[in-house]
Design a protein around this ligand. Structure first.
Ligand SMILES: *Cc1c(COP(=O)(O)O)cnc(C)c1O
Length: 380
């Protein structure tokens, strides 16, 4: 690719079609997908309900501005909040959802400081990048948004940094890009309690962990948390660009007419897709995800005995296989591509797996066996 900025290190093949959990490239080679387009196509490719909803909407109207009523936005918002007393702001991506959360937190509290965590990832725009705990991502872009500080994830000492002068604390329940680092449930509850005690808004970034990925609509439900603001994107419309910021209704008065907005956000096409996604995210479906995760648990545990593996982490179908430094994760990813499996990496030489949630236990087991055999081949 000669006419595109070289911001991405691309693998030298192009996926051109996909159905179910299988992707086909421009040479006609098939791959079992353990990426979901980085946690996006959670319901697989050419999901019948989503195809039908989007095709139907294509024939009606693609885009209306936010100057008008939009019943699909209302329907998606209702599916997102359920019975809770919450409101939704739609955006086009995860970074924008976090940007909205940062703006809302400052405006609603009248405070400016935000605490984030090392190894977090919240996006690439100025606000979300400034809240991202990865120096490599911020390098060369200073000055960043001021008044944002960082503490260590899962560290009880970090609770001391949650003080009444904070507008918000933002975190992921499982740090995704940062290496599939699972938040300790007790620590997460302590963070929430300290936020409540200090009048600090508690923001949970569910861009990667949400929409069924861990077997819950949002991963925080599995830990019993009650965040003030939640952000979602990636899997929300199964591949059409959409983000959402969900906040407690009491925050609504800080986001009145004209305070924030976006031209494309929440347009009928993306909302038709999001609605079809959320309708399929039933309690039965989420239970199936948890059951699948349980069933592959034994196979995953076997990985920990491999000399090239230091540990395995994750929840639901969000999995991190942590490799020793002498086996670069990209070598494994490339070798697996040759064997017809697509996988991802994360910080810390982590092999990250985000298969579509609709993948059968048989396909999950077969893919994991190929990955296991590949890691055995790299031993010694
Ligand atoms: C991917 C991701 C983002 C950024 O989402 P974009 O849609 O790429 O802007 C933010 N937070 C988390 C946790 C993510 O995984």
């Amino acid at each position: 690719m000669d006419h595109v900025f070289p911001t991405y290190a691309r693998f030298p093949f192009e996926p051109v079609t996909a159905t179910g959990v299988t992707i086909t490239d421009d040479q006609g080679k098939d791959y079992l997908d353990f990426t979901s387009g980085i946690g996006v196509c959670n319901l697989g490719y050419q999901n019948a309900e989503i195809q039908a909803a989007v095709t139907d909407q294509l024939g009606k109207i693609w885009h209306i501005s936010n100057l008008y009523e939009n019943h699909l936005q209302e329907a998606v918002a209702e599916l997102l909040v359920g019975k809770e007393d919450k409101l939704v702001f739609f955006a086009n991506s995860g970074t924008e959802a976090n940007e909205a959360a940062l703006k809302l937190a400052r405006k609603a509290t009248g405070k400016t400081k935000v605490l984030s965590f090392n190894h977090s990832f919240h996006g690439r725009t100025y606000g979300s990048m400034s809240m991202t705990g990865n120096a490599h991502i911020q390098e060369g872009f200073a000055p960043l948004v001021p008044d944002i500080s960082f503490a260590d994830y899962n560290d009880p000492a970090s609770l001391d940094a949650i003080t009444p002068d904070l507008a918000a604390v933002i975190l992921e329940v499982i740090q995704g890009e940062g290496g599939v680092i699972v938040g300790d449930p007790d620590w997460l509850r302590d963070v929430q309690a300290k936020c409540q005690a200090t009048d600090t808004l508690f923001i949970i970034d569910e861009v990667q962990t949400g929409i069924g990925r861990t077997g819950f609509k949002f991963a925080y439900e599995g830990v019993g948390l009650d965040p003030d603001i939640v952000t979602s994107a990636k899997g929300l419309a199964n591949g059409l660009p959409v983000g959402a910021m969900i906040g407690k209704s009491k925050l609504g008065k800080a986001f009145g007419p004209g305070t924030h907005g976006s031209t494309f956000a929440g347009n009928p096409l993306t909302m038709a897709s999001a609605q079809a996604v959320l309708k399929q995210l039933t309690p039965e479906f989420l239970e199936q995800v948890r059951t699948k995760a349980f069933k592959i648990g034994q196979t995953l545990a076997k990985f920990e005995a491999l000399p090239v593996v230091t540990s395995v982490s994750g929840r639901g179908l969000m999995i991190g296989i942590h490799l020793t430094d002498d086996l670069p994760v990209n070598d494994v990813i490339t070798a697996l591509q040759a064997k017809g499996i697509l996988t991802l990496s994360a910080v810390g030489n982590t092999l990250r797996l985000l298969p579509p949630l609709v993948m059968s236990v048989e396909d999950l087991e077969s893919g994991l066996t190929t990955i296991y055999d590949e890691l055995v081949a790299h031993t010694n």
